[in-house]
Design a protein around this ligand. Structure first.
Ligand SMILES: [Zn+2]
Ligand SMILES: [Zn+2]
Length: 250
């Protein structure tokens, strides 16, 4: 039964819709508007109209082919927040009109030991990243959130509370999880001291998350201009790392 259903899904998956995106045609080329195809939602898919997409430095590394392996055209973006505009027949987690988000992954094999342990990022078949991964539906690469819309299996779509500032929510999808994960791994909380090196895209998230978890937060920065920002974000102490005297204290 399952195989038949899969075949039927495969057939409908070939229907596509053209949407506008922002991407590059080569490592040296500027980002420019281009058209890409999105599949029409298959039974487990959620179609999201993208409202906000963060700019992660990984987007730049990939667009510029700095990690090698970029296939062009390349449409970056994996900090995606938007509104659900349609859902497949078997979707249970989302309804049209709800706010939803997509991060760095859009699929995996779902069957290997890692997938079964909810560690899809380590999928033995190779995880499917939001951009520049093979797209098993369309045979192209996956295209990310610098676009009007995206279609993703509901298993890789996240809920977003309606009361959040949606523009500020987008960076949680990569910078946020990247800092939240190690803080949780090391059981950060009251009585623990956390050092955050650098107040950039990840650092400012790290300060806020570690503080919210109850830790004592010390920021190390090379920029005197960021001292006040770090304190405003919640740092208990800020060390100018170019100052040997200040560094000695830690
Ligand atoms: Zn990222
Ligand atoms: Zn897997």
């Amino acid at each position: 039964m399952d195989a038949i259903r899969t075949t039927a899904e495969g057939a409908t998956a070939l229907r596509t819709k053209q949407v506008k995106a922002f991407g590059t045609q080569a490592a040296e080329a500027a980002l420019d508007q281009l058209n890409i195809n999105r599949r029409k939602p298959t039974p487990h898919d959620v179609e999201i109209e993208i409202l906000y997409c963060g700019v992660c430095h990984s987007d730049l590394h990939t667009a510029r082919n700095e990690w090698h392996g970029t296939i062009y055209p390349c449409v970056p973006g994996h900090e995606i927040v938007g509104r659900v505009v349609s859902v497949g027949d078997h979707v249970t987690k989302f309804k049209v009109g709800e706010v939803a988000a997509v991060g760095c992954l859009v699929d995996s094999c779902r069957e290997c030991q890692y997938c079964k342990e909810n560690l899809e990022q380590y999928c033995e078949e190779g995880n499917v990243q939001t951009y520049n991964s093979p797209d098993k539906y369309l045979g192209t690469r996956t295209y990310g959130g610098y676009s009007e819309s995206i279609v993703v299996d509901e298993a890789f779509v996240l809920r977003v509370p309606e009361n959040l500032n949606l523009a500020a929510t987008a960076p949680l999808l990569c910078a946020g999880i990247t800092t939240y994960s190690p803080l949780r791994h090391w059981n950060v909380g009251p009585g623990k001291k956390v050092g955050i090196v650098g107040i950039g895209g990840l650092g400012h998230m790290g300060v806020k998350l570690a503080k919210a978890m109850g830790a004592e937060v010390v920021v190390f920065t090379t920029s005197a201009s960021k001292v006040e920002d770090a304190k405003r974000l919640g740092a208990d102490d800020v060390i100018l790392s170019k100052d040997r005297g200040q560094m000695k204290r830690y």
